[in-house]
Design a protein around this ligand. Sequence first.
Ligand code: URA
Length: 440
Amino acid sequence: MSDSFFPQDIIIKKRDGGALSRAEIEFFARGVSDGRFADYQATALLMAIFWRGMTAQETAWLTDAMMRSGDVIDLRDVLGPKVDKHSTGGVGDKVSLILAPLAAACGLKVPMMSGRGLGHTGGTLDKLEAIPGFKVQLTVPEFRAILVQVGAAMIGQTPQVVPADRKLYALRDVTGTVECIPLICASIMSKKLAEGIDSLVLDVKFGRGAFMKRKEDALALARAMVDVGKAAGKPVRAQLTAMNQPLGRAAGHTTEVIESIECLRGRGPSDLMAVTYALTGQMLLLGGAARDLPEAQRKMEAAIASGDALEKFRQMCTAQGGDVRVVDDYGRLPTARKFLTVRAPAAATGFVREVDALKCGHAIMALGGGRAAVTDRVDHAVGISDLVKIGEPVTPGKVLCKLHVNDDERGARAEALIREAVVIAPQAPEPEPLLQELLS
Ligand code: URA
């Protein structure tokens, strides 16, 4: 009988290193929403979990209980394999904007619920909102209708989906309990499993610009999420990717929308396309749209070459109220007042050794394109384009990047950060593989 618990008993049990029962975990997940678990008790338990951890079984129960704290979208009547992708986030990570229409063009249904940017990492919803008129706050029936009609829909979480996470994340954010693998796993997976998907591909990033700085932490998170998927009966694959430099050559909102459209036209930077193909390829395998990776690769390349993937992007944009003319006229996107070209100093020769993704993310924030608090507004027009990549040769005056600037003082601060981020050395560095372990 879950109603008979006292929060303090559950806190003490976890504080002393015990494993919680399913009923205790359900009482906690329900209690944070209905008030039987006061905020101070919930934060005490979160801190106990932070220190003591959770078993794989406890994590799976917590995920399930959080998922069932609100609406679970039922997409069983939508025909076709419903496969989504989630990334733990980074700088310049615009993969979702390319992957969703690409996967839909290859025969999948992609019901994608995304988030907003916070701190140095960007958010898919903010990027989509750079497109005039694009609506990300849709009702579930609207979401479902676009999914049926187009094959891909990209929206924000509705307030009814996983309310327990909204509450718990807000508490974790201000009590030093964010960086805890079972809590991160339950937070991400409860939201993804509530979307009504059949299977899921995860992009778990590590490095300077990622949420997880250390590869071993990213691996542990990836394992925990794959295990939770298994416990829920949903196939989940996790691809580890390096995030020491920004993905692609653009970061911001307008700049990333443009780079995404360029990818869909077949003119994308190789690192961004490599991650997009790796993740979309796994989605096609999970959804049964390809038998093996070579077939998946052929299908994806054909969808780009034929223009089918770009056509899906146009359809999704139109269905969600966006001005589709931006696809052929980038001038219709929010545009900054001026460009500031950052060049290598006169004495610089050698190679790019580092492009610190965290500092690039801070440069975006300095320009006004980031969010320090959830309530902040972002300037969609500002950003970075034409960014150099690690390993490129440098001669004096080489363009390191272009800053899209609306305010001179902010532009100067961003330039200083870019100059710190881009390190030039006499020798080319050892290349770091972008795509690392794949867990399934
Ligand atoms: N993203 C989430 O959705 N939840 C976390 O706990 C961390 C990152």
